[in-house]
Design a protein around this ligand. Sequence first.
Ligand code: HEC
Length: 127
Amino acid sequence: MRIAMMMAAILLAGCGTRVPDAGQQMYGAYCANCHGPVGQGDGPLAADLPVAPPDLTRLSAGNGGAFPYSDVMAQIHGYPGRFHVMPEFGTLLKGRRIPWKNEMGQTVDTPVALVQVTEYLVSIQQP
Ligand code: HEC
């Protein structure tokens, strides 16, 4: 119980203050093998994939300077139709959910882990 409460506190802290630590750890554990240590598409598995993993530091640049939140989150989550070479992380992201406001101002019930890993991606964007 105490551990569960500590975890909740850590998750809340990471989320409220927008510190990307939890998301960064998740990125390192689940994404870096393909997308590279800092998201440039140069992970150790990249060369063996039929489709090159995109450079995740250029998501905003490729979208007129605005981070494409909904698109990115849909891709990570593996919403129907988005599954291709990249594995689906929906199962991994089943934990606690929070209300998250998307770029259209709509509030969406979203797994905390998905918000955190997305915030990490926001933090590595290059102009
Ligand atoms: C097995 C390798 C692999 C892993 C692991 C992986 N990806 Fe991907 N990712 C890809 C490939 C390949 C694509 C290109 C689309 C496709 O083929 O599915 C992609 C596409 C994306 C996109 C869309 C980029 C764009 O230009 O629209 C995002 C965002 C993304 N991945 C984030 C992540 C995150 C975050 C994780 C970890 C939770 C992750 N990926 C784990 C291989 C991977």
